[in-house]
Design a protein around this ligand. Sequence first.
Ligand code: FMN
Length: 170
Amino acid sequence: MTADNDRYDAILGLRALRSFRDEPLPDSVIERLLEAARWTGSSKNRQNWSFIVVDGEQKERLAACGDFTDPIRDAPMALALVQEPDGYEFDTGRLAQNVMLAADALGVASCPITLHREQDAAKVLELPAGARCRYAIALGYPDDGAKPRRFGGRKPLDEVAYRNRHGEPW
Ligand SMILES: Cc1cc2nc3c(=O)[nH]c(=O)nc-3n(C[C@H](O)[C@H](O)[C@H](O)COP(=O)(O)O)c2cc1C
């Protein structure tokens, strides 16, 4: 394995983007995003998840399930991340990051979205009993003015990274 600074910079540079061109993603691109989702590692490789492509009028119904969901309305599609029975939330987080990094590599903008009213989301998506969906990702080609929000900075390393014990400098 060789070091790849471009890939490293892409990881650090990944930002949530919320402003999209009014243009659907081609199925070939959607399929590549779904493949990135499918190949995400999961606990014990259980893959207790599913992914639902949401577009058209169904987008508005999904957007109504959360409080800060305008990116779903503004994007051509959202990908709803479903935690199937016995799935783990940690796996869903990995899934989201994989899809977002793959999207970035394909020139597609993305924004994670919280569906605060999970029970509503389960109804909209017609989930089977025991499946949950708390997160979705808005996806689409970025419009020309798409830039990250200004509050997107990060805490300094010394405030968040320790060695051996909480509070010990790393
Ligand atoms: C778990 C999670 C839930 C999020 N939910 C929303 C949301 O509902 N609406 C939204 O506009 N952004 C949402 N975001 C995006 C965050 O606001 C964004 O990642 C954060 O402000 C940092 O900005 P950056 O990713 O551009 O650096 C969410 C992010 C995460 C990780």
